[in-house]
Design a protein around this ligand. Structure first.
Ligand code: ZN
Length: 185
């Protein structure tokens, strides 16, 4: 875990929910009650500033998403295992790092689950007896909706503009949550 050892050895029984790139791109509201949400720095690097995915990421960081580097030992193990299962050609370096972080956490006796729609990540998780949840199946029935509101006159806009066309003040982005989205495709 490099220098993250203390963090993971803290005494609490919270479940660690590991987010891969697909789960951040999904833009779905992640219920963080009783879970710690974590990801790897390689996932963060895949999300370039600006745009919806980046805003989703910013939101997740605000609500407590923690970013870690997996150990080299675990990366090595995941590469060996995924070669054995034939998944290696379908796994990106980021996918491998997500699985390696999961392995690190599992080795430090944490209760973990990977949130991913990636079949190869799920396959390796199965192999390692690591729990995972499918983004489209988990009880995430809410989705991020972004709204834009003028800091001056308070007018709401449905487009991401920087400056209010009415009073010239700055527009702020904020999240409103749309409820009851059941059809994820
Ligand atoms: Zn205004």
């Amino acid at each position: 875990m490099n220098n993250n050892k203390n963090y993971f050895s803290s005494k609490n029984n919270l479940k660690y929910l590991i987010l891969d790139t697909s789960s951040i791109f999904s833009g779905k509201f992640i219920n963080i009650n009783n879970v710690k949400i974590v990801t790897t720095s390689s996932v963060i690097k895949e999300i370039s500033p600006g745009g919806k995915d980046y805003r989703n990421l910013q939101y997740l960081l605000e609500i407590g998403l923690k970013v870690f580097e997996p150990s080299k030992e675990s990366i090595k193990k995941i590469k060996i295992i995924s070669t054995k299962t034939g998944d290696i050609s379908r796994l990106s370096q980021t996918d491998i790092e997500i699985l390696s972080l999961a392995l690190d956490l599992k080795d430090s006796k944490k209760e973990i689950s990977i949130l991913t729609d990636d079949y190869s990540i799920q396959n390796i998780s199965n192999y390692l007896k690591i729990d995972y949840s499918n983004i489209s199946q988990i009880g995430i029935k809410k989705r991020f909706i972004w709204s834009y509101k003028c800091t001056g006159c308070g007018k709401k806009f449905n487009k991401n503009i920087k400056i209010c066309s009415i009073c010239g003040s700055e527009i702020k982005n904020y999240i409103s949550i749309k409820k009851n989205i059941n059809k994820f495709k």
